[in-house]
Write a protein that binds this ligand. Structure first.
Ligand SMILES: [Cu+2]
Length: 488
């Protein structure tokens, strides 16, 4: 529905006029006029309709740079620099042989100058040299789309890495003259890595961290510019029997993507965005500043998870999106049972509103125990329940219980230490010995640990005082000490 709306509103803007062509234009019929067409641009995940033109045209593209604050994760915002107000920028679709008149505008509210380098342009800088545009100005250049393919465009203003890290990239499709084979659904997905001074999911407005960017230590790796941009209500969809085509780009600035859809095999991949087609592909590598076109038929209903198969990026940095396929089961292909919720935890559908409420309350100094418990419950589901189970009962012989655990309730400082530093070796809980390993959970910030433990110490029959972020901070500072204690 959103797609139709986008296309309709764009179609109204399409101005079609006819210019009497310069006959030297090689792609054009010598005497016939070249149509002048206003390009239809779409916001991700939508793709403009096929050009369906038999001849080249002069296509006018108007793209505006807008610097704006937008959510990057639940309760976290970031000042993005965008082509067209979205990350990735507007999708541009032209036909091989078209002459593209490109207008780059830089909104008056911008603080920075910007330009554009389109990988589909043949010429120095891919347009960058001709498009340097100060705030409140616009520039224009023209290029001929000589080669078909799917191409990345990006800002190339110094410091280039910073402009790109702030979201300045998108895709331009140059269709082959005969067009691409017809499919049922087309979507626009683009990966990017982001660098914030705060930790992953640390709340509030997060500034760009140049040092992390230079070290290539991404805080977030995302599809379409925000955690949850393509999950839950915003998941992309298809019906059983439909053919889905994804235009997948990678803006970088630094990381290459091992693009994979959990549970699907790509029938065809136009790898590196080129014209060769590879068939039956599980994972396709998309370099920074590169793109691919993947096509597959939706055969079995369910939730399919798009990931960068460098998996901590998917599960700990946000590189995760959902394709929801609706329709009839086909038991001859797959016996049933949905994607395991435990596998995805809270990642598939980040409903972390209570976490945001608690963070805001903590900042305002009004945080209540009840708010901590609600936030902790959501975080526990995504972080701890996979082992200790949603009801805190653990699993016999492997994961000790948190419900009514004498160990946990006996020494809160020690318990905080277990969460931050992990645990290994023998531990006795309610008279039963466990000898296993819990990995450190030190990716959680002080607020998150405090809220989780307030939830844990006030659930399943446990009762206790709230744990404060200050308590956690103290234990984190005394890391070595806590480790020694928890080993006993
Ligand atoms: Cu820029």
């Amino acid at each position: 529905m959103r797609f139709i709306k986008a296309v309709l509103s764009c179609t109204l803007l399409v101005g079609m006029s006819v210019a009497h062509a310069a006959p030297k234009d090689p792609g054009a019929q010598s005497a016939s006029p070249i149509p002048v067409i206003q390009a239809v641009l779409t916001s991700p995940p939508w793709v403009p309709p096929p050009t369906q033109r038999k001849q080249p045209a002069k296509v006018v593209v108007e793209l505006e740079v807008i610097e704006k604050e937008m959510p990057i994760s639940e309760g976290v915002s970031y000042t993005f620099w965008t082509f067209g107000g979205t990350v990735p920028g507007s999708f541009i679709r032209v036909r091989q042989g078209d002459t593209v008149e490109f207008h780059l505008k830089n909104h008056p509210s911008s603080k920075m100058p910007h330009n554009i380098d389109l990988h589909g342009v043949t010429g120095p800088g891919g347009g960058a040299a001709s498009s340097f545009t100060a705030p409140g100005h616009q520039s224009r250049f023209t290029f001929k789309a000589l080669n078909e393919g799917i191409y990345v465009y990006h800002c190339a203003t110094a410091p280039v890495g910073m402009h790109v890290a702030n979201g300045m990239y998108g895709l331009i499709l140059v269709e082959p003259p005969q067009g691409l084979p017809k499919v049922d659904k087309e979507y626009y997905v683009m990966q990017g890595d982001f660098y914030t001074t705060g930790k992953y999911r640390e709340k509030g407005l997060q500034p760009f961290d140049m040092e992390k960017a230079i070290d290539e230590k991404a805080t977030y790796v995302l599809f379409n510019g925000a955690e949850g941009a393509l999950t839950g209500e915003k998941a992309i969809t298809a019906k059983v029997g439909e053919t889905v085509r994804l235009y997948v780009g990678n803006g970088g600035p630094n990381l290459v993507s091992s693009f994979h859809v959990i549970g699907a095999i790509f029938d065809e991949v136009r790898y590196e965005g080129g014209t060769n087609v590879q068939k039956n592909v599980q994972t396709t590598l998309i370099p920074a500043g590169g793109a691919a076109v993947v096509t597959f038929k939706a055969k079995v209903p369910g939730s399919y998870v798009l990931v960068d198969h460098s998996l901590t990026r998917a599960f700990n940095k946000g590189a995760l999106a959902i394709l929801k396929i609706n329709g009839e089961e086909d038991k001859s292909i797959y016996s049933g049972k949905e994607v395991d919720e435990v596998y995805l935890g809270d990642r598939a559908q980040p409903s972390l509103a209570a976490v945001t409420t608690a963070t805001q309350a903590a900042a305002a100094g009004t945080l209540t125990k009840d708010e901590q418990i609600k936030a902790g419950q959501q975080l526990f589901a995504g972080t701890c329940s996979v082992c200790h189970q949603g009801n805190g009962a653990g699993l016999p012989g492997i994961f000790p219980p948190l419900a009514k655990s004498d160990f946990l309730l006996g020494d809160l400082r020690r318990t905080i230490g277990v969460v931050l530093n992990g645990m290994s070796g023998k531990v006795t809980v309610n008279g039963t010995e466990y000898n296993s390993v819990m990995p450190p959970m030190n990716q959680l910030n002080d607020d998150e640990v405090a809220n989780i433990l307030t939830y844990v110490t006030n659930s399943w029959g446990n009762t206790g005082n709230p744990v404060s972020a200050a308590d956690v901070k103290k234990v984190r500072a005394a890391k070595g000490v806590a480790k020694a204690e928890s080993a006993h």
